[in-house]
Design a protein around this ligand. Structure first.
Ligand code: FES
Length: 226
């Protein structure tokens, strides 16, 4: 138990991780980890969209691609998730989320391990993991920048915003900067069509982004890790 508590019903109760379904409980997470910028439900200190992305998998700042699946507090969380679903298929998404939190991405080897853990076929796990774009299939940087270039954003300059990120960082689409800080990808609709161009950076939304605001956003992200 983290020792982090909150007031509720006239008493003090352990804080519950506000993450995705099946992943609540008393875990060894610090307030910084839960509220930190890489975590679901994060509220940026200023700017950006305050909503965060409630179902986006966590990614720890320090990823360990070879971290065991699972041990310690993570094993406890895995067991809790598993116990909440009547079958293994139901538990697959939160278990993949947990694996991505630890390892930063879901490689074919991770898919195989998850399949073994849950008693599912590797093909089934691979089909699910590759269907959802929120599972990174390869290692990504500290900040994963996902630019929407779908219809609404496209009409309002999504392609130019994407080009501005790539130019500013001097990388190709899908690549990561040499310092491991930024990965830039292009995504389909982020459901923020009313405020194009929408850009999701880790669990945060930036809306009404224009090519001009790109350097400002990057500057701000760099400042956050200094
Ligand atoms: S088209 Fe970009 S958020 Fe919907």
């Amino acid at each position: 138990m983290s020792g982090w508590t909150t007031e509720k019903g006239g008493g003090t109760v352990p804080f519950r991780n506000p993450g995705f379904a099946g992943n609540t409980g008393e875990f060894e997470l610090t307030e910084d980890q839960v509220r930190g910028l890489d975590y679901v439900g994060a509220r940026p200190p200023e700017g950006g969209h305050p909503g965060g992305v409630p179902t986006y998998p966590y990614m720890l700042v320090e990823k360990e691609p070879k971290a065991p699946l699972f041990d310690g507090a993570h094993l406890e969380r895995y067991e809790k998730i598993r116990s909440r679903f009547p079958d293994a298929q139901g538990a697959l998404l939160p278990v993949l989320n947990l694996a991505q939190e630890l390892r930063g991405h879901i490689s074919p080897a991770t898919m195989r391990e998850v399949a073994g853990l849950l008693g599912l076929s590797e093909a089934y796990v691979r089909g699910v993991a590759t269907f959802y774009t929120m599972y990174n299939k390869r290692a990504v940087g500290r900040f994963l920048i996902q630019v929407c270039t779908n219809i609404s954003c496209n009409l309002c300059g999504g392609d130019e915003v994407l080009a501005a990120f790539l130019d500013e960082l001097g990388i190709e689409l899908g690549a990561t900067t040499d310092d491991g800080m930024f990965t830039v990808t292009e995504v389909e609709c982020l459901a923020a069509c009313g405020t194009p161009t929408a850009v999701q950076i880790n669990a945060r939304y930036f809306e009404n982004v224009t090519p001009k605001s790109v350097s400002q956003i990057l500057e701000r992200l760099r400042a956050e890790v200094e």
